[in-house]
Design a protein around this ligand. Structure first.
Ligand SMILES: [Zn+2]
Length: 279
């Protein structure tokens, strides 16, 4: 089992985070005195915010309900998700008890998401904010749903968590291509993008998230959406991630990771390796 209490729980640009930060203090709770709800058939969200963000709530509600749609491929939420809207970046960092992550916009748990108010994103284009907000919420909600479906079981590896969130949110257009990843790998011999060292993670977020996205795509090509659902179910039932992975893919986790990297995340190259037997 991999430790995820490292900076590894922080996600890249356009914001994508999941992790095990302590619960917010009561002071933080008091700072978000207003409440609203967003309800859909498959999901229920309780928003907490401050008066400065009153004007954001309709946009957030709409974005949440749209963002939750693609998650149905993995299953349904088992409990409501609280959305805590922090008025600026500083208050978000304070809430997650992290400092010095200027790109951070959100943080996810099984039952709550901390979000920096889009009002403070300083993006001049409302259309860009709307698109990024939908992606960001889909990404964070995927983390929350995955945690709920795991039911407290240990977290999957970083590439699986972030790849699942990135793929579900349709963020491939933000990630490096397989060709770009191939060049990165050639230029960084000995660096592991799927199990990145903390420093690689901190300084090479784009490559790490790109590799996670492409690796998860390869996993889905191999096991299908039902393979993802079954893997989470097996893990929830007590199987190790490695055992569940082998059950749903027929391939060992280590072999999968090695082949994905050696194939430079190209599906054709990966499938050739899978067909070629072990090496
Ligand atoms: Zn993430």
């Amino acid at each position: 089992m991999r430790s995820v209490r490292l900076p590894a729980v922080l996600c890249a640009l356009a914001a994508a985070c999941a992790g095990t930060a302590p619960r917010p203090s009561s002071t933080v709770q008091r700072d978000l005195p207003l409440a609203a709800q967003a309800r859909a058939e498959a999901a229920s969200f309780d928003l907490r915010y401050c008066s400065d963000d009153q004007g954001e709530i309709e946009r957030l509600r709409a974005a949440l309900l749209t963002a939750a749609g693609p998650l149905s491929r993995w299953g349904a939420f088992e409990q409501p998700v609280a959305i805590r809207v922090y008025p600026d970046h500083q208050s978000l960092e304070a809430a997650v008890q992290r400092e010095g992550y200027p790109w951070l916009r959100a943080w996810a748990f099984a039952d709550r998401i901390f979000l920096q108010s889009p009002r403070s994103w300083n993006d001049p284009s409302p259309a860009t904010v709307a698109a990024e907000l939908r992606e960001l919420l889909a990404h964070e909600l995927t983390h929350a749903l995955m945690y709920q479906l795991l039911g407290g079981a240990p977290e999957p590896p970083l590439w699986f968590r972030e790849g699942m969130a990135s793929v579900t949110a349709g963020q491939g257009h933000r990630r490096p291509t397989a060709e770009e990843l191939s060049r990165w790998i050639a230029a960084h011999p000995g660096q592991d993008l799927l199990e990145p060292a903390p420093e690689v993670y901190r300084t090479e977020k784009e490559a790490v998230y790109g590799a996670a996205h492409r690796a998860f795509e390869l996993f889905v090509a191999l096991a299908g959406d039902e393979g993802v659902r079954e893997l989470l179910l097996l893990t929830r039932g007590g199987a190790s991630f490695e055992d569940a992975f082998a059950t749903v893919t027929g391939v060992g986790l280590a072999r999968f990771e090695v082949d994905a990297v050696r194939a430079r995340f190209s599906r054709a190259g990966f499938e050739r390796r899978q067909g070629a037997g072990s090496d």
